[in-house]
Design a protein. Structure first.
Length: 391
């Protein structure tokens, strides 16, 4: 609740008039003081009335690529039974506010407002809550309340079509690494039986020991597994609002989309995992619980932590876990001199591709067997990527 400047002035005047009226026995001043105090009290009662509003919102769509249109449809319903709602309301959309007219909204009726969501920049645009301001007719008191939760709109990086996809490598049991054109099934883990599983996949010995049916999970080791490592360190992308980071995000989105289109396993990692923004509010937290790789790219931001320690930790994890057979590392001009850290990963990843964005001169190869792609932006990276003949 907030009292306006007019209300504060009238309240001070009421106190002064009442004090002067009682002190000097002027009934006229006392009457004016009572009237002023009564006006402030009436304003408080009017502002305290809480309208019963039901607010629903729908993003159409809630996930778009940068530059594509997106709209927010907002419906406000007066759930009260007696009074019409005549309010000032505004909806938050990112860094701006959108006026929402709620004028003479009778009980049981609703009004719908739709507006464009800005998608000119990659990121997560929080939309909401609806802020309703209740004022008295004299403008003495203003009370603002929030309705509905925050709904995120995910603005993904632009995706540039890639025609080439790494063929991958399959590891045989004797340690050799070969390109495998056809599948080989390898045991991965055990899980509980669910309706629809084939009985020939039941592991009877384990089932007898634990007392319930357990089923073998197999994986196709011949499928190429692609790991995309996005360098989100601020030192790798110097400058204010660097375009090199946006280009790296576009390249990462393009590689991820190409892998998913080819039904290939793909993982997206950030050098500094804490460099992620999360939507605000319960709805945003629920949406952020199961976000995909493109959503993570939308939420990625530059991290200002210890750059060297972050890169070493990422390289250690990649070498220890061996998450795939093709590693794609995307960095900016500030990461040109640190490509040597990737040389130690050649034993774990047969194919290593490095994309450097925004560099003024060609990047060093870093290590034998590493493919280095210098590109000005995401579109140039896509053209260079399709021209690679050796993975």
């Amino acid at each position: 609740m907030g009292i306006t400047a007019r209300g504060a002035g009238l309240l001070v005047a009421a106190v002064v008039l009442l004090a002067a009226g009682f002190r000097f026995a002027y009934p006229e001043l006392t009457l004016l003081g009572v009237a002023a105090a009564g006006a402030v009290g009436y304003a408080l009662l009017v502002a305290l009335w809480r309208p019963r509003l039901e607010v629903t919102r729908r993003a159409d769509p809630d996930r778009v690529s940068r530059g594509e249109p997106a709209r927010m449809v907002l419906t406000v319903r007066n759930a009260g039974r007696l009074r019409a709602a005549n309010l000032l309301a505004e909806d938050r959309c990112g860094d701006r506010t959108v006026p929402v007219p709620v004028l003479r909204l009778r009980p049981g009726r609703d009004t719908t407002v739709d507006y464009d969501v800005p998608t000119d920049r990659r990121g997560v645009v929080p939309v909401g809550p609806l802020r309703v301001t209740r004022r008295d007719p004299l403008g003495l008191v203003a009370l603002a309340r929030s309705y509905s939760a925050v709904v995120p709109v995910w603005v993904h990086p632009r995706i540039h079509p890639l025609t080439a996809v790494p063929t991958g490598a399959g590891r045989s049991l004797d340690g050799r690494v070969d390109g495998v054109p056809q599948g080989s099934i390898t045991f991965d883990s055990l899980r509980e039986y669910v309706v629809g599983d084939e009985l020939r996949r039941v592991h009877w010995r384990t089932s007898a020991r634990v007392g319930e049916l357990m089923v073998r999970e197999n994986v196709d080791t011949s499928l190429p597994r692609i790991v995309v490592l996005l360098d989100n360190r601020a030192t790798a992308h110097p400058g204010r609002d660097p375009e090199s980071f946006e280009s790296a995000c576009e390249a990462a989105a393009s590689v991820v989309a190409a892998a998913l289109r080819a039904d290939l396993p793909v993982s997206l990692l950030l050098v500094a995992p804490e460099g992620l923004t999360t939507p605000e509010g319960p709805a945003g937290e629920a949406a952020g619980a199961g976000i995909g790789p493109l959503d993570r790219l939308a939420a990625a931001r530059l991290d200002t932590g210890d750059a060297t320690a972050a890169l070493r930790a990422a390289a250690t994890r990649l070498r220890r876990d061996r998450l795939g057979d093709t590693l794609v590392f995307l960095t900016g001009p500030g990461g040109r001199g640190e490509l040597g850290h990737l040389g130690a990963l050649r034993g774990a990843y047969p194919s290593v591709v490095v994309g450097v964005f925004g560099a003024t001169e060609p990047a060093p190869a870093g290590a034998t067997g590493i493919v280095v792609v210098d590109a000005a932006d995401g579109a140039a990276f896509a053209a260079e990527w399709d021209g690679v003949r050796r993975w």
